[in-house]
Design a protein around this ligand. Structure first.
Ligand code: ADP
Length: 266
């Protein structure tokens, strides 16, 4: 028999107990070493739900490593990472990548060359969980291709039959297939020529915005950061040198090195 609780639980003071409901990602004092090399030296970053953050900074400053830690491909040495108020990485916490609801698109898209576009997108989708089984998967693939402005007939092609821009859209569709809450884009447009780059960035940005997906974009391109993001984080030497809205970061860089880097970034 269950005993009724002798008294009601203590009332909670929401503001001091619950994490901010608007925060999707919290990175707190994260460090990461590879052998003797300190790659991340105490990174703090907060990303609002549905927000778009651009991470800019010189090559080798630790941008990709930070994304890989958020995705769950690497463990931090110290510090914590939380998603939706729950710790996913830290000394006493670990949530594996496939349980983080995070999508990741690398620079080259990294499609499986021997699979068709459709197989690439549906890779890892559980047909048992989709209405209609295998035909449900096919319908879902068509829907995802349409989301990234590609014709569903492309599902039968192989990656090498597509242009660079189309391949990046397929990579995005593959990441969207898992319905991520947070999308990590690691210079996904950098291999594209200028015209295609702008068009693809716009299309991708719109898809993510429409779906309400929180997005973090690593980019070398100042214009891309400005047009894409509501928050810019400048990374240098394993630390975030400045975080702020794009206008403030570009008009009032925190220090001379940041100003010089931003000036060179176009
Ligand atoms: P960015 O994305 O800003 O160019 P990265 O995060 O890719 O920077 O790399 C930062 C530094 O960490 C580089 O010096 C790189 O060589 C090193 N690094 C990244 N990943 C590894 C790894 N798996 N093993 C050893 N060193 C690594």
């Amino acid at each position: 028999p269950h005993e009724a609780p002798s008294r009601l639980p203590e009332p909670r003071i929401a503001a001091s107990v619950a994490p901010s409901t608007n925060s999707h990602l919290e990175i707190d004092a994260v460090t990461k070493n590879f052998g003797p090399q300190a790659v991340l030296k105490g990174v703090n970053l907060s990303v609002a739900k549905g927000g778009t953050t651009a991470i800019v900074g010189p090559s080798g400053s630790g941008k990709t490593t930070l994304l890989r830690l958020i995705a769950g491909f690497e463990h931090p040495d110290t510090g914590t990472i939380s998603l939706n108020g729950s710790k996913v990485a830290g000394e006493d916490a670990w949530v594996p990548a496939h349980k983080r609801h995070v999508g990741y698109v690398a620079q080259d898209g990294a499609l499986f060359p021997h699979l068709t576009v459709g197989q690439n997108i549906s890779f890892g989708l559980d047909s048992g969980k989709l209405p209609g089984g295998r035909s449900g998967v096919k319908a879902r693939v068509s829907e995802l291709l349409e989301m990234v402005s590609l014709d569903p007939s492309m599902a039968k092609r192989r990656p090498h039959q597509l242009s660079g821009g189309q391949q990046q859209r397929v990579a995005l569709a593959r990441a969207l297939a898992r319905e991520p809450e947070l999308m990590l884009l690691d210079e996904p447009f950098s291999a594209l020529d200028a015209g295609l780059r702008v068009a693809t960035r716009r299309a991708v940005g719109q898809v993510l915005k429409d779906a309400g997906v929180t997005t973090i974009l690593v980019t070398h391109d100042q214009a891309e950061a400005l047009s894409f993001a509501d928050q810019v984080a400048v990374m240098r030497g394993g630390k975030l040198a400045q975080i702020g809205n794009p206008f403030v970061v570009y008009t009032r860089p925190a220090d001379r090195a940041t100003a010089e880097f931003l000036g060179d970034a176009v």
